[in-house]
Write a protein that binds this ligand. Structure first.
Ligand code: UD1
Length: 372
């Protein structure tokens, strides 16, 4: 009998993570019947559809249409809709990825209905419970039956939380599968021409975490930092809808628009964004995935957070944790501009074969258990 699987995706980073899984499952139609569930957490063309197009992900089989709301309302709405889906579809297993509200909501539902859960990108911890994603990670991991880990810190974290090692598999990073699969297409993107940019002569900014953009105080600090960086190098900022909303709410739009050398653009699709990062001098971000992608592309990354759940990007990669410390940020920028930043190396198992390993494990149910 074929194993019936629901793969859940809801927000932008999820689409990047499910793409290689969907592709790999296609090769095993004899063994698996896979249905894609889109919760609708992200619904705009630039936040969702363009990723399906760019990454050649098949249209979702089931769309839950929940859209934006407070955390409790969004999570509850996804749970209600997903419960009906599970009742109708009767899956043997659900696969959730990453740490967004959709990941948590669907894991909770599956767990209460005694459906097995596989969590891709398990074990990452920022040890900062003020981040909504940290709560989502911890709860999802505690409910999961298969925990697929992207870097060794995840193995250590799960061990110290008492997770049974038989459920834990060190498989590598699906986001890097997607990036390495698409490198040739990325190189063909004409985004640099479109934005009139020269390779290596600009930086890329992404900021959307509540801790950076939700209050007037933090936005003021961010604006001050960007003003200083923009004196050194041009900044391209594909702006997240939540940040756009916050900048408007706090009456900052005029100031941001007037800043010379800061170019604010709409959110970009996967291919154009990857090209923009690949050819940039450095990236400034508070995203999780971009810390990993820049490490793989060997582009320096300044992470405007106090912590990271992806420490391998600092230990092995090109990432620097800088928070909103202006002095630290400017000294890193100078180092990079003088060609003195760390060059980094590619972390273990970030080799483009993670989805293949995950599906092999699901096929055999045994796989190569890594002891930890
Ligand atoms: C979510 C994830 C975060 C991830 C980010 C990537 C959680 C808790 N957070 O944060 O981990 O890094 O996605 O983008 O799940 N909005 C739109 N159009 C959209 C989607 C959102 O305009 O298509 C606006 C809405 O006004 C909404 C706000 O963005 O209020 C935030 O969206 P939401 O999905 O709640 O969280 P993100 O901040 O995007």
């Amino acid at each position: 009998m074929k194993k019936r699987i629901l793969i859940v995706a809801g927000a932008r980073p999820n689409f990047v993570k499910i793409a290689p899984l969907m592709r790999e499952f296609k090769k095993h139609k004899r063994h698996f019947e896979v249905l894609l569930v889109h919760t609708g957490q992200h619904y705009d063309f630039e936040m969702s559809d363009v990723f399906f197009q760019n990454l050649r992900i098949p249209n979702p089989d089931i769309y839950l249409d929940v859209d934006s709301a407070s955390h409790a309302i969004q999570t509850a709405k996804i749970m209600i809709a997903f419960e009906s889906t599970v009742l109708e579809q009767k899956p043997d297993l659900i696969i959730v990825v990453g740490d967004v509200n959709s990941t948590l909501a669907c894991s909770l539902v599956a767990s209460k209905m005694n459906i097995e859960i596989a969590h891709v990108e398990a074990g990452l911890r920022s040890f900062d419970r003020t981040m909504p994603e940290e709560v989502n990670r911890m709860v999802t991991d505690s409910l999961s039956d298969y925990l697929f880990v992207s870097e060794r810190s995840g193995l250590k974290n799960l061990k110290s939380e008492g997770v049974n090692s038989e459920k834990v598999y060190f498989v590598g990073n699906v986001m890097i599968d997607t990036l390495s699969d698409n490198l040739e297409i990325v190189d063909q993107s004409d985004i640099l021409n479109k934005l009139r940019l020269t390779a290596n002569e600009y930086s890329v900014l992404t900021l959307h975490r509540p801790s950076n953009v939700d209050s007037r105080e933090t936005l003021t600090e961010v604006f001050d930092i960007l003003t200083s960086i923009s004196r050194e190098i041009k900044i391209i900022y594909p702006i997240h809808p939540r940040t756009k909303k916050m900048i408007k709410e706090h009456n900052f739009s005029g100031r941001f628009k007037k800043l010379d050398n800061l170019l604010i653009v709409d959110p970009l699709g996967y291919i154009d964004f990857a090209k923009l990062v690949k050819e940039s001098k450095f990236v400034i971000t508070d995203s999780g995935g971009i810390q990993e992608e820049s490490t793989f592309l060997r582009v320096p990354c300044l992470t405007m957070r106090e912590n990271t759940e992806r420490p391998i990007t600092i230990e092995k990669g090109t990432n620097y944790l800088v928070g909103r410390d202006k002095t630290k940020i400017l000294s890193c920028v100078k180092k990079i501009l003088n060609g003195k930043s760390k060059k980094g190396s590619i972390p273990e198992l970030w080799d483009g074969k993670t989805a293949e390993r995950i599906i092999k494990i699901l096929l055999t149910k045994e796989g190569d258990l890594i002891s930890f």
